[in-house]
Design a protein around this ligand. Structure first.
Ligand code: F6R
Length: 606
């Protein structure tokens, strides 16, 4: 789950490689490196930690080659040390890899028994040695790579450069994305089009099994059978503008504050506000005849799907089968042909979600996806793409992508309900009006941000925090707990409030804050009972509601007043306090908010 880049240029490429890697840091940021060829000789610089360490290294010990490869790593095999950082190298070849080689142990044993000396703990290093072995046997680089690819099991995007070859780079794709970019007498390679955006907007994507030979004059692509293939060349819409933080201290803060605008844009692309109707693009299926929907996603995107399950089932009387993609893909779920499978992903590159999608394709499902990155693998492999208009999300913790996913899902649920005759035109108008008010209510919450700052001071002292919600706001509680743990490293769990007495209540004492998501909806009175149960055990209640504190009937540590809104839109609005609580707690604790430890923005390995 790393980012890779390659440039065949006409001037020294190390600086450009680092620029491209900055755009790929969302894929991993625990170490990085570049390798170039200068006068036929391979040389590399690598550094542990963030990219600025590599930049410092390069300014002290520059590389001047005009052809090179670069890598930003999210460690899978071996600790994030300089030794394990890519590019990996032998006398003859240097390589960068994104993915996992599943049979690397066996290959390593074989190489070592033949006398090869492997010095890293990575799965990748074997590839460099296999290519070297093939070249030592007299094969040219392309044949050496082809023979090596046939030995590899697993997922990979690879780039190779070779000693004594100043105008040659070889790339290969199996399960991990890879884009080839065309320049003027220069060629580029990258894990995505965004990495290449400053250099070119003319892109072609390799397909699974493809391998490509790049020179400064162009690219020759072959499929897994060795046949020459033409892949479509497209104009990329990826923006060359490096996204910046504006006046905010972190990307996450900027992205939280963008929500009124981007959720508004997203809603506007699915709603005819003049006529108060949802307006979905043409779909190759009819909601009225669907028996059920299957939804797969990971992490925050999965919680968006879980919220949608409540909407689809309640509003459209349409059953939803939902699972995290990492489980779904191996469950061998029976699906009737012609059904609808829906995938939700910010990046559009999440390995498990992609695998779940391939399973559903085999089961003859209609494939619809809600994605933020329109040029992603998930978007490209879908029958229907329903984009979120969140714009680039850089902070690792998903915020604006989540609320934009909810906006799209809310529109689909209304559209499904109308198609199935379970919602009247008047109710559609009422719900659309409620959605149109979401950006305004979001702004109102953001204006009260100061309240979250003071709450953060008391949460920062906790070692465990519980989040409770009911009904459609139960997944909001799950999302709140995920946000807190991933950026503040405080242990947090979300529970359906009714489950409290079946176990988790044993955790509650005076040291445990309990964050309660309690809009005044049909679940409110039940929530109040659960809050009282938690308070009676000493739990320090953080009460989020449009109701008055006095309605709770027990002591609360903090009460955060949320605007009164339509019950349909509560998840979109209550998501913001969840984000603000996590953000301010993490800032107070001094963690790396935008790039929390051990995580990466895009999870392209299983
Ligand atoms: C949490 C978070 C992750 C992602 C998950 C899926 O804040 O961002 O849980 O939601 O890794 O990623 P996408 O949406 O890119 O498929």
């Amino acid at each position: 789950m790393c980012g890779i880049v390659g440039i065949l240029g006409n001037e020294p490429v190390a600086g450009k490689l680092v620029d491209a890697l900055k755009r790929l840091e969302y894929r991993g940021y625990d170490s990085s490196g570049v390798a170039t060829i200068e006068e036929g000789q391979l040389d590399r610089r690598r550094a542990e930690g963030k990219l600025h360490n590599l930049e410092t290294r390069l300014s002290n010990e520059p590389l001047r080659g005009r052809l090179g490869i670069g890598h930003t790593r999210w460690a899978t095999h071996g600790a994030p040390t300089e030794t394990n950082a890519h590019p990996h190298m032998t006398e003859r070849v240097s390589i960068v890899h994104n993915g996992i080689i599943e049979n690397f142990k066996q290959l390593r044993r074989e190489l070592e028994s033949e006398g090869a000396e492997l010095v890293t703990d990575t799965d990748t290093e074997v590839i460099a040695h296999l290519v070297t072995r093939e070249m030592d046997a007299g094969h040219d680089p392309a044949i050496a790579v082809l023979h090596t690819l046939r030995m590899l099991e697993g997922a990979f995007a690879l780039a190779f450069i070779f000693k004594d070859h100043d105008d040659l780079m070889i790339a290969a794709r199996q399960g991990s994305p890879l884009a080839v970019g065309f320049g003027d007498g220069e060629m580029y390679l990258g894990s995505d089009a965004i990495a290449l955006a400053p250099f070119t907007d003319t892109i072609t994507y390799l397909e699974d099994g493809d391998w490509a030979v790049l020179t400064r004059d162009g690219v020759a692509i072959r499929d897994s059978e060795g046949a020459a293939v033409d892949r479509p060349v497209q104009k990329s819409v990826a923006s060359a503008l490096m996204v910046d933080k504006g006046n905010h201290r972190h990307f996450m803060a900027k992205e939280i504050h963008e929500q009124p605008e981007v959720v508004g844009h997203t809603l506007a692309s699915y709603i005819d506000f003049a006529n108060l109707k949802v307006q979905m693009p043409d779909m190759p299926f009819d909601f009225a005849s669907l028996q059920r929907i299957s939804i797969s996603a990971c992490g925050t995107a999965y919680y968006a799907g879980l919220i949608a399950k409540y909407w689809f089932e309640k509003l459209a009387r349409l059953p939803v089968e939902i699972d995290v993609a990492s489980e779904f893909r191996y469950r061998n779920v029976p699906l009737e042909a012609g059904g609808l499978s829906l995938f939700i992903s910010q990046s559009g590159e999440t390995a498990d979600t992609l695998a779940a999608m391939r399973y559903c394709r085999e089961q003859e499902q209609h494939i619809a996806s809600i994605v933020n990155v329109r040029e992603s693998s998930i978007a490209r492999d879908s029958d229907v793409v329903l984009p979120t208009l969140a714009g680039p999300e850089i902070g690792v913790a998903s915020t604006k992508a989540f609320t934009c996913q909810l906006a799209v899902l809310a529109c689909i649920a209304v559209s499904a309900a109308r198609a199935r005759g379970t919602m009247s035109e008047e109710t559609e108008a009422e719900f659309v009006t409620a959605l149109s008010e979401v950006p305004r209510h979001m702004s109102a919450i953001l204006r009260e941000e100061g309240l979250y700052d003071s709450l953060a001071h008391s949460l920062a002292k906790a070692s465990d925090v519980l989040y409770l919600g009911r009904g459609v706001n139960y997944p909001v509680a799950l999302e709140g707990a995920l946000k807190l743990k991933e950026i503040s490293y405080i242990h947090a769990e979300g529970y359906a409030a009714g489950e409290l007495k079946h176990g988790p209540i044993a955790l509650i004492d005076e040291s445990v804050p309990v964050v309660v998501v309690a809009p005044r909806d049909e679940m409110f009175e039940k929530m109040v009972s659960n809050v009282q149960e938690a308070a009676a055990r000493g739990g320090r209640i953080v009460f989020l509601s449009d109701a008055e504190e006095s309605d709770v009937g027990c002591d609360v540590m903090t009460s955060l007043k949320i605007p009164q809104i339509h019950n349909f839109t509560t998840p979109l609005i209550y998501a913001l306090p969840m984000q603000l609580i996590a953000y301010h707690t993490a800032v107070f604790m001094g963690t790396d908010v935008d790039q929390p430890r051990n995580l990466a923005k895009s999870v392209t390995v299983e």
